[in-house]
Design a protein around this ligand. Structure first.
Ligand code: HXC
Length: 258
């Protein structure tokens, strides 16, 4: 893959959008490679956490490729939107947590890619925004839906209607990102969090992600039923036996197997 790099460090897979000359804009070629990387990670149950970032130190992803998009017909635009959304939803529902390490511009499709991740860590130079209405379109890779679920609806509407970008400190203040760190500490911070997640029982982490995602889409009674099922299913795992044995036997250094 030319436009997306995929590497593995221990149980952490790192996906890097690698089109620095266009600020990592999502052309179809980039989306094709991202899809391949996500498919690879999805099939790799030895991956317990994923970090997604952009190449260089200026941009995470500056959006969908405007030059490529500008002449699309209604049908082609629908196909393109559905394709990006399919990949982003696949990221959102991966078996393990996904951390976005946002190293600069996260605009349009870039902000949307970061929002398809479970956790966002931003460098101090990160800039978030949904500038689409300034281009005559709506957000198209999930922005109208995920932004309003992540931050108060009024803030999401303000960002989308005004098309104004926000800096990292504002993104932190509205809850769009989990943390803001100096650019040079970004990957180390994301990897430290990823490795911390990897130390916990992978099936329990996966079940927690599944329960949170499914619960967010339904009413509270159904959501609680989902939790009861995902919680109790853990009692069929070696990790549950081992994790609780470690507690009662006062074993501090645990190493989960699954
Ligand atoms: C295509 C892009 C691009 C993009 C940057 N580039 N963003 N190409 N699509 N989204 C290219 C530029 O054309 C330029 O190429 C090179 O990257 C460097 O960009 P500059 O503009 O020269 O850099 P700078 O002046 O620092 O400005 C950075 C920027 C600006 C503020 C991020 O590039 C910008 O506004 N980009 C567009 C952001 C945007 O509107 N994103 C939303 C897209 S719509 P050359 O060849 O000239 O060097 C979207 C919809 C998603 O994402 C849903 C679709 C279904």
């Amino acid at each position: 893959m030319e436009n997306v790099l995929l590497e593995k460090q221990g149980h952490v897979s790192i996906i890097t959008i690698n089109r620095e000359k266009a600020l990592n804009a999502l052309s179809t070629a980039v989306l094709n490679d991202l899809e391949e990387a996500v498919n690879t990670v999805e099939a790799d149950k030895d991956t317990y956490c994923v970090v997604i970032t952009g190449a260089g130190n200026k941009s995470f992803v500056a959006g969908a490729d405007i030059a490529e998009m500008k002449d699309k017909t209604v049908e082609e635009a629908a196909e393109y939107g559905a394709y990006g959304n399919k990949i982003f939803r696949q990221i959102e529902t991966l078996h393990c947590p996904v951390i976005a390490a946002v190293n600069g511009f996260a605009l349009g499709g870039g902000c949307e890619l970061s929002m398809a991740c479970d956790i966002r860590i931003a460098a101090e130079n990160a800039v978030f925004g949904q500038p689409e209405v300034g281009l005559g379109i709506t957000p198209g890779f999930g922005g109208t839906q995920r932004l309003a679920r992540l931050v108060p609806a009024g803030i999401a509407k303000e960002m989308i209607f005004t098309a104004r970008n926000i800096k990292a400190d504002k993104a932190l203040a509205i809850g769009l990102v989990n943390a803001v760190v100096p650019q040079e500490e970004l990957m180390a911070t994301a990897l430290k969090m990823a490795n911390g997640i990897c130390k916990n029982a992978p099936i329990a982490v996966a079940q927690s992600k599944k329960a949170i995602n499914a619960g967010l889409q339904t009413d509270m009674d159904s959501a609680i039923a989902i939790e009861v099922k995902d919680f109790s299913d853990c009692f069929a795992t070696e990790d549950q036996t081992y994790g609780m044995e470690c507690f009662v036997n006062k074993v501090k250094e645990k190493e989960f197997k699954n």
